[in-house]
Design a protein around this ligand. Sequence first.
Ligand SMILES: [Zn+2]
Length: 234
Amino acid sequence: MNEVLGVLQALAELDHALHHLSGRLSDLDQEEAALKERLRQEDEGMARRREAHRKLRQAALDRTAEADATDAKIREYQRKLDHEIISYKEMEFLREQVKLLRARLDQLSEEALRLMDAVEEDAQRLAEDEQRHKERRARLLEELQALGKKREELQQARAELEARRGEALGRLPPPVRQRYEQLRARLPNPVVYVDGQACSGCHLRLSEATLLKLREGREVVTCENCSRFLLLRW
Ligand SMILES: [Zn+2]
């Protein structure tokens, strides 16, 4: 085999490896996007969980404040009843109000207590949820980190392959190199093997003359249909 054919064969293998690497890198990109989405959902879920707890706590505080305000009102009315000189009509009214407000206060206190219990219970559950969230988050971050490391490895491998490819290209005679680069600009595989009697790039049957030239192995042969460089399997 002449030297140019040998270099073309090396280029074909390097291109193939590079193509494979690009595929793996784009798989990694997809995996990374999926992981980031899971992380986002994880954080969003936890934020919703915290917000639900905050609302429950706020409801308990509101009910307590309402009970306190009702209690203050009762005291105020009672003070008027006990210490102020007021009309009978007003006295009747205030007594009725105090009765109503006491019933309301009982109800509010009960609700406030029930809500406080619920807040305490939920705070415990929230702490457990926080712990689980932290663990899931750490796992996702670990996976992302491993992915980043894998990407670095693949990128390094790609840089090495590209360097070797550059070297191989440098060993081609300029017209062949130019042709190769033109093909490479539009095809992932400018150098292909002959498959039976067909070009494995475009899958069309090659002429007898082309096959003969290939078998002689003295010159660089290209597919008459797609212009890819052709190689015979040895
Ligand atoms: Zn072809």
